[in-house]
Write a protein that binds this ligand. Sequence first.
Ligand code: ADP
Length: 208
Amino acid sequence: MIISFEGIDGSGKSTQAQILADRLEHEGRTVHLVREPGGTVVSEHIRSILLDVKSEIDPFAEMLLYSAARAQLVRTRLRPYRDAGDVIICDRFYDSTVAYQGGGRQIADLAWLDQFQLHVTGGLVPDRTYLIRVSTEIGMRRQQGRTADRMERLGSAFFDRVIKAYDDLAEKHSDRILLIDGDQPVDLIAEVVKADLAQLPAFLEGLG
Ligand code: ADP
């Protein structure tokens, strides 16, 4: 099954993705934790172009680069893992492009981008998505002390639009996306994820 974590930078996605991966591994599951963009040699090359503060990238080209990195990751790694019955945990996937390039950059209609991502992943959609929601202010505060990459340098108005687009996605795909208040202690958020997963059919099937 595929589980993705989404949210703005500093929301706590990576923290939660790692906690979940450790827990499931401890329980004996085969787990693959992947971060986007990246996860394959080609996708990591694309990642370095995308996050380099010296790259001047046209916004539409930026969307295609994220999508290219994802297409490579899905076809060479995620699909085979999923077919083998492994658990895949994605630190960003699919919805990030709709929220960042659609909401933040406003390069295209959100619905069109959402549909386009279906082609990028060849129809592979996460079984469950945890959207960790924090305000732009909290996200920025939590990032203090780390060197901001090209995307993290975008201003607060940009992140406000990203949050709004994520909210819209959560409403549209309420069956798949669980919105979690990220302004809670790490352990509490991990508990919400744990309790939610425990009742998901796709997760329980993997136990058999
Ligand atoms: P992201 O992957 O969304 O950018 P991280 O998981 O890297 O976010 O977390 C950003 C920073 O915030 C880290 O220093 C992390 O320890 C801290 N952090 C994560 N979750 C929480 C939380 N729920 N409450 C307070 N601080 C948190």
